[in-house]
Design a protein around this ligand. Structure first.
Ligand SMILES: Cc1ncc(COP(=O)(O)O)c(C=O)c1O
Length: 404
């Protein structure tokens, strides 16, 4: 983004409030990799969050605290009952890079992806392909279709540290058959932080005539991309994770030509089969969360997608680089920096994940989450834009002591 455009965006204007015009002008021209290590910039971002000094929160995978401007907008919106959902939808679609006619606001990834899974006209013998490392709720939804309609689910295992994109693509390619009707892939594996080569997998699947549904719970507003980059057919994400909206906001994208054949969960005879809003008939529900998406987008754009991704990757590499290779430390995240971003997973040999998470919290006041399944044994560590390198120093020191 050039300097003039940067300064003229809403994000640029808010950055101006945070940094003042002269510092802002400096940041606008600095390369993202330089800003990623500029602690003064990130301290200003951190200042937008109300944090407790009681513990260091490295569990931002569940959801992210709202920055104060977002929380203020949320509370204002609770007082307002005027929902202009269309405006928010149009804004969100522009951010995602798709048409508003292919996107709806949902409550979360679960609702988005389960709408797709249950929207297929499954016949006995039809097959779906998914991974053991996928999120449990979607796995369960596929299992439900198996019980109800005789769907056959084929599970693959995603290698932890692939040598190439092709290795991952082949894992999925080998599971496809003449009967495969849907392939589900995680954009980022939630337990390891592994980023999959989504576009290559989609292209391979399409060559076999198989549509692809992407679980992007952990990449929307985390990685710097636009939806068409992925070449997928269906896509779901939660906005309370990396976009830091209040809890209960998500997005569902369905490629235009796939909308018509998808059955909605809730009936709505007023809309044509090709109108994506037919999938959004959830009845009356509170509007303030949806309205606040707009402020979350403004806060995100103030930081900028490229700067945010670079900072989050820098933070992860900052701590993993200090412990990777140490005796008894087991990394459960790919070594190749481009295959992960904020999320990483680490284990200490001889310590159960639940014990590791408990000791980290009780003794070191560092909050992580234990992962003990699907071949992954460790704690998931998820910094956010407000995480400081000093927080990570505390965590690294704790790990070193525990591994010693
Ligand atoms: C990969 C993945 N998919 C889906 C979900 C479900 O998200 P939500 O509970 O917001 O629907 C999660 C939650 O952590 C996740 O990690």
């Amino acid at each position: 983004m050039n300097k003039r455009r940067f300064l003229s965006t809403a994000g640029g204007a808010s950055l101006g409030l945070m940094f003042g015009p002269s510092l802002l002008a400096q940041y606008a021209t600095k390369p993202v990799a330089v800003v990623a290590e500029d602690e003064a910039f990130w301290a200003a971002v951190r200042g937008q969050f109300r944090l407790t000094g009681d513990y260091i929160n490295l569990e931002n995978g569940y959801y992210c605290f709202q920055p104060q401007p977002v929380l203020d907008a949320f509370i204002d919106n609770v007082r307002s009952v005027n929902l202009d959902k269309l405006r928010i939808r149009v804004r969100l679609a522009a951010f995602a890079g798709c048409s508003p006619e292919e996107l709806i606001i949902t409550r979360n990834t679960t609702e988005s992806l389960d709408t797709v899974i249950s929207g297929f006209d499954w016949r006995p013998g039809d097959e779906a392909v998914l991974a053991n490392q996928d999120y449990g709720s979607m796995i369960d939804m596929f299992k439900l279709q198996a019980r109800r309609f005789g769907l056959l689910n084929r599970f693959v295992d995603i290698p932890m540290d692939p040598k190439s994109d092709d290795e991952i693509v082949m894992v999925y390619a080998n599971a496809l058959t003449q009967k495969t009707r849907l392939l589900m892939i995680p954009h980022m594996v939630n337990i390891t932080g592994h980023i999959l080569p989504v576009r290559s997998i989609c292209d391979m699947a399409h060559a076999h005539g198989v549509p692809v549904m992407v679980d992007a719970a952990h990449t929307f507003a985390h990685l710097n991309y636009q939806l068409p980059d992925l070449h997928c057919d269906y896509y779901g994400a939660s906005l309370h994770k990396w976009l830091a909206t209040p809890l209960g906001a998500g997005v569902l994208y369905v490629r235009r030509d796939r909308i018509e054949k998808l059955w909605p969960i809730y009936g709505d005879e007023s809309l044509p089969a090709g109108d994506i809003r037919k999938l959004n008939h959830t009845g009356t529900h509170p509007v303030h969360t949806d309205l606040t998406i707009e402020r979350s987008l403004a806060f995100h754009e103030m930081i900028g997608s490229a700067r945010k991704e670079a900072r989050l990757r820098y933070l992860q590499q900052y701590w993993t680089g200090r412990v990777r290779g140490l005796k008894k430390i087991v990394m459960n995240t790919p070594t190749d920096a481009k295959r992960s971003c904020a999320i990483a997973n680490v284990g200490v040999q001889g310590t159960k994940p639940a014990d590791l998470a408990r000791i980290l919290l009780e003794k070191y006041k560092v909050y992580t989450v234990a992962i003990d399944g699907a071949g992954v044994h460790g704690v998931r560590v998820t910094p956010q834009v407000y995480t400081s390198t000093a927080d990570l120093d505390t965590f690294v020191q704790a790990l070193k002591e525990l591994a010693a």
